[in-house]
Design a protein around this ligand. Sequence first.
Ligand SMILES: [Ca+2]
Ligand SMILES: [Ca+2]
Ligand SMILES: [Ca+2]
Length: 456
Amino acid sequence: MGDLESGLTLSRNQSNCNSVSDPGGQIRQDRSGRLTYLLFFLIIVLTPVWSSQAGATGAEEPTQLIVKLKADSPEARSQILSNSDAKIVRSLDSDSRYKLIKAKSPEELRVIKKKLQSESEIEFVEPNVEAHALYSPNDPYYRGGKQWNFEHVNAGKAWNIASKPGRGVIVALLDTGVAYENYGIFRQIPDLSETEFVPGYDFVNFDSHANDDNGHGSHVAGIVAQSTNNAYGAAGLAFKAKVMPVKVLDEYGIGNAFSIAAGIRWAADHGAKVINLSLATSGRSQTVEDAISYAKNRKKVTIVAASGNDGVDRISYPAAYSSVISVGATNKKKVRAGYSQYGKGLDLVAPGGDRTAGILQQTIAMDPVDTARHSFYYMWGTSAAAPHVAAAAAILISKGVTEPSDIVQVLTKTARDLGASGYDTKYGYGLLDIQAALKYRPMSTTWYFAQGRTAN
Ligand SMILES: [Ca+2]
Ligand SMILES: [Ca+2]
Ligand SMILES: [Ca+2]
């Protein structure tokens, strides 16, 4: 479907677009109207790999111990104090035999624990393990199971490890713009009202208002950072990330290499740490490749792109550049979506959906386009797959994994193998698993959770 103008193609899938009216309303299985110009190369295959993966926990190692004395006697207390550098922080009000002990470091704590365990007046010693609320956002479409794609990437479990997913990380969306502000004829869509934005740029109209006049970009924004736990609509994956809207595609979803290169460099120069490219060009562009190299190598930006929606054994550009994380699409059955381009260089897959089960987020009214109205739409394509990975990258960055090469390593090593055993060109390294990525702890390195334990 590579129709092109200006040398750039967005997949123009004439897809059915099932839209859903606002929360509380009925799902309209509506029209087989044509959602043209969806960058949604819409699809992702998720294969069934739900099996649990054991791994190290991402929780920080405690630096406190709870000590239970046989009796709260001066002898017992002195055994604590004489035996170690420990300090008694407090006692349990209702039973003062329980003492909270603080150490300066996990290492010191291990030493103290060992010493105290052998003391006669001490009943037991245990780490003061961390507790946290199990995070389950209250967005009705998430609660109602409509965001099956988030389950496929273990979002709920990931949010229990990273409860402020993507916090502080700027994710640039090079797309058709985002419905992020009230400006002229444009309106912010309600389920982006609590999403954090940073200033963007419009490389189509050359102004600083990257408003969405197509609907594609706002849907992508929803996948990354729909306002979450606001008791309305849908959730987003990295909902504490800061979204930078960079418009490089026009109202028809068409752009060109020059604007994309300009957008990549602008985003990198303005603090973006992740760039999502849910778009495809009709061919290779040295100008775009140079911009990608600049962003990745000079500005440490992780760049993610959709593999393309033409279903062929060759991934499209910019996904095909080696510096870009290329993402194919799986469907609700965890199988490669038929449209999802594959082949050499495919890194991994993420949910993109298909016409039987799309990816649900809010965007502007699309059929016809009306920038003052909005609805929840199911869309599908590799355009929907890529932002799952961009969001995962933002979450990793917010947890301290900042090097683009480390991010690729973590995401691919923790992806769930699908299709032929091991790496294959249909699924790359497999299906994105954000929880597993957060638990990943390479041996002999110190870079992962900077404040946590290192493996060796
Ligand atoms: Ca504008
Ligand atoms: Ca919401
Ligand atoms: Ca495989």
